[in-house]
Design a protein around this ligand. Structure first.
Ligand code: NAD
Length: 332
């Protein structure tokens, strides 16, 4: 028997990530090729015409899995009955703007959309925040949607995770699908810590630690980290636009693994509500290594953290605490 369609909300759907993301969802990249979907697309009134153009293209693409499209500038209509919400819409930092001004705009957007989701989304709706500052936007959403369980609100660091896998695969000249268990700790910002201390590569001789194969700790502790941290800026420099297809693809990876589960022996990075694991302050949305099963994520426990890593975990936590304080100051 055919499955019931899942309703997936994409906010900021007329933007560049949205344009890459909605066809992936309609093709089954996010939820599987046997899962029908109904797309809910939200944008703001100045983008309404462009949003309608995206809707026209979705119709023209005749995706077999796509059972309906809602394209609207009304947050309540957009959020009604959604099972999954991918929050891509936000206010970008423009030249000359203070950090606080950008934060204040996003705090008010995420406060309003939190209420719309809380009141109108389907029970147990899963939320992924992509728009920057992603961790703090997710935290504000959580605070203003108190009836949505904290475990249902996450932010995207899977793009950083995938970038780290890509760098290791290029360095070792191995397939990216043979590299696993890198970790992105902390903020989706340049303070994040891409950690390879537990990462492995599948080789003809079995699974080998990345450090043993790379044999270059200076590179792993230096250039590798900064390349992953600065990759977003490098893409902007090259494309004159920020990353879009890789962000959309990683958002699909994030939701797919969350809903359908991570493969045995593999973890992924997700920005989730900290419970104090690894001495990260509780109450931040912080990227951890997680495994997923039955639609729920669990932080991987018991990994050894050396002194070098400890400092980096703390540094990115400090930045998130500061962002949290700034966001709260915008509320008063
Ligand atoms: N977490 C990540 O890994 C990651 C990666 C890349 C980009 N991003 C972030 O994703 C966001 C989107 O990037 P983009 O390149 O698609 O930007 P974009 O400017 O092309 O699109 C953003 C869209 O959001 C819409 N929007 C603005 N306010 C809105 C609101 N209140 N409700 C609904 N829609 C709203 C805009 O009209 C626009 O269509 C940015 O914040 C970017 O920094 C995050």
């Amino acid at each position: 028997m055919a499955k019931e369609p899942v309703r997936v909300l994409v906010t900021g759907a007329a933007g560049q990530i949205g344009y890459a993301l909605v066809p992936m969802i309609a093709r089954g990249v996010m939820l599987g090729t046997d899962q029908p979907v109904i797309l809910h697309m939200l944008d703001i009134p100045p983008a309404a015409e462009a949003l309608n153009g995206v809707k026209m293209e979705l119709v023209d693409a005749a995706f077999p899995l796509l059972k309906g499209v809602v394209a609207t500038t009304d947050a309540v209509e957009a959020c009604t009955g959604v099972n999954i919400a991918v929050m891509v819409g936000g206010f970008p930092r423009k030249e000359g703007m203070e950090r606080k001004d950008v934060m204040s705009k996003n705090v008010s957007i995420y406060k309003a959309q939190a209420s719309a989701l809380e009141q109108h989304a389907a029970p147990n709706c899963k939320v992924l925040v992509v728009a920057n500052p992603a961790n703090t936007n997710a935290l504000i959403l959580k605070e203003f949607a108190p009836s949505i369980p904290a475990k249902n609100i996450t932010c995207l660091t899977r793009l950083d995770h995938n970038r780290a896998l890509g760098q290791i695969s290029e360095k070792l000249n191995v397939q990216v699908s043979d590299v696993k268990n890198v970790i992105i700790w902390g903020n989706h910002s340049s303070s994040q810590y891409p950690d390879v201390n537990h990462a492995t590569v599948n080789t003809a001789a079995g699974e080998k630690p990345v450090r043993e194969l790379v044999k270059d700790d200076a590179w792993l502790n230096g250039e590798f980290i900064t390349t992953v941290q600065q990759r977003g800026a490098a893409i902007i420099k090259a494309r004159k636009l920020s990353s879009a297809l890789s962000a959309a693809s990683s958002a699909c990876d994030h939701i797919r693994d969350w809903v359908l589960g991570t493969p045995e022996g593999t973890w992924v990075s997700m920005g989730v509500y900290s419970d104090g694991s690894y001495n990260v302050p509780a109450g931040l949305i912080y990227s951890f290594p997680v495994t997923c099963r039955n639609g729920e994520w669990t932080i991987v426990q018991g990994l050894s953290i050396d002194e070098f890593s400890r400092k980096k975990l703390d540094l990115t936590a400090e930045e998130l605490s500061e962002e949290k304080a700034l966001a709260y100051s915008c509320l008063s």
